[in-house]
Write a protein that binds this ligand. Sequence first.
Ligand code: SF4
Length: 447
Amino acid sequence: MALTGLDIYKLLPKTNCGECKSPTCLAFAMRVAQKQAAVEECPHVTDEAKDQLGAASAPPIQLVAIGAGDAKVEVGNETVLFRHEETFHHPCGVAVTVSDADSEGDIAARVDKIVHLIFERVGTRIAVDMVCVNNDSGDPAKFAAATKIVADKCPTALILNSENPDALKAALDVCADKRPLLYGATADNCDAVAALAKEKDCPVGAKADGLEALAELTQKISGAGVKEIIVDPGTRGLRETLESLTQIRRYALRKSFRPLGYSQIAFATGGDDPMQTVLSAVTYVAKYAGIVVTDAIEPWQLMPLLTARQNIYTDPRSPIQVESGIHRVGEPGPDAPLLLTTNFSLTYYTVEGDVESSKIPTNILVVDTEGTSVLTAWAAEKFTSEQIAAAMKKSEVEAIAPHKKVIIPGLVAVESGKLQEETGWEIIVGPKESSGLPSYLKANWGG
Ligand code: SF4
């Protein structure tokens, strides 16, 4: 169990020198216990005390890195149960399965498909970031051959899924530089898997039936010197898995229970209903998997899964924003329309998509409204005639729109009179909804 504030205080110098920016050693101890300060911030603490305090100052859920270089996926180090309390810091890894029981041609084709599963949403590329190679054949040589195909063709991080240490070793020999997750350490094989992981500096996935057995297993693996662990309580049904994921997260955060203070892996695989597979995977992303493994591979399955992950791991305190200023759609000339919108990504990309579908080259002036949508920004006085006029001046819109006409969203039509006075421009009130832009632009600016 984690140390209490008083436990920590007993190990501090008790001189109240204030160099840690806390007024007293006791205040500092309380901050360390609440994970608000690191023990290293006290320059006078002894090495011996530091070792003892390590448990108290470590994050409640360990940070684990899988993969190397640009493909590295970091999971864990979360500090809250609910996103609105703060934010979730490390997006859940999404892994798609590959079976070593398939032919080499089928494996290569599946990997090609995975590599091309990249989508663009609100200006961000979202993609599958891991491949989980399953040792369904039970044959170490086939497992190694399948892993090599995946490692050669796919730039993502890898999970090697086998309970056979010989198979893990054979596969690891062809991809050790990728620092894969060795998934499948159980009570029976944990010594061999831990030795392999320690030798190659790889993270380990620990699997046990039930939380008690899992806590025992993680202590054994960490006692063997493995630094990074991912846990699996062995459940597979949606309800049972959701319960386990939630219990483990609560133990880690609410009880500071170190043996379960690890990121979790969940499996949305093997079902008959492809829609249910996606729903299960999305549920696990929301609560509280660090890695979701799925056999879903169709774009219609992965797009909603990756979108859900993007939404859940977006900091609710800072909406996704696009750069303010002029954005060009197509190659607008001096007669092209000039539209106004806000810098909330969802708003901007909706407008941009609708303008694109009109096929009328257009300039869009994006006003910095701190990532809020049109009506919210207007209500918060961030999209008033004064701010719009200032944005027009800053972006020197006269150079790109010498006709001196600007189209404002219909939702802020009330600003048109004042904006005309402020700028001297002709203010045209556009459609209320972005979906009205294609027909509006074609009818009024189609030439
Ligand atoms: Fe106490 Fe160390 Fe802080 Fe000084 S720096 S007040 S000794 S905890």
